[in-house]
Design a protein around this ligand. Structure first.
Ligand SMILES: [Zn+2]
Ligand SMILES: [Zn+2]
Length: 133
């Protein structure tokens, strides 16, 4: 299957040939800032299955920790993807168009969620990071 995504202004778009995996939502204070939201919504992608279709020159990288950064559109501010050591790592689910055939499997760092966020009851949640399986 092919998954496509784009930023709010539509100038940057991408395609993924294959499927997303490990969709998660992190409620920590850093992710709240990075995603301007109550939590992140993010899924991993296989680097060789990902390609930019348009607007790549409008991407800006904010490196938030050693080796890892987020790329966003400098026109509209949408955060599109995560980059690890210069390679695409994952995409923000908010910029995916349509149904990517994946659901958020786990909510992590719920212990540090915002006071104003009301968590749904029937989701998989972890106080901090998910245990390694
Ligand atoms: Zn944009
Ligand atoms: Zn987080």
């Amino acid at each position: 299957m092919q998954i496509q995504g784009e930023c709010f202004c539509g100038q940057i778009s991408y395609a993924i040939t294959g499927s997303l995996r490990d969709a998660r939502s992190c409620h920590c204070s850093r992710c709240r800032k990075a995603f301007s939201s109550q939590a992140s919504a993010y899924a991993l992608v296989e680097p060789k299955q990902f390609e930019w279709l348009s607007g790549q020159e409008l991407l800006t990288l904010y490196q938030s920790q050693q080796g890892f950064g987020l790329q966003f559109c400098k026109v509209c501010g949408s955060t599109l993807c995560g980059v690890f050591n210069g390679q695409i790592h994952g995409v923000t689910l908010g910029c995916v168009n349509g149904d990517p055939k994946i659901e958020i499997g786990q909510h992590i760092f719920v212990g540090s969620k915002a006071t104003w966020e009301v968590m749904p009851e029937h989701v998989v949640k972890y106080h901090e990071a998910a245990p390694k399986s």
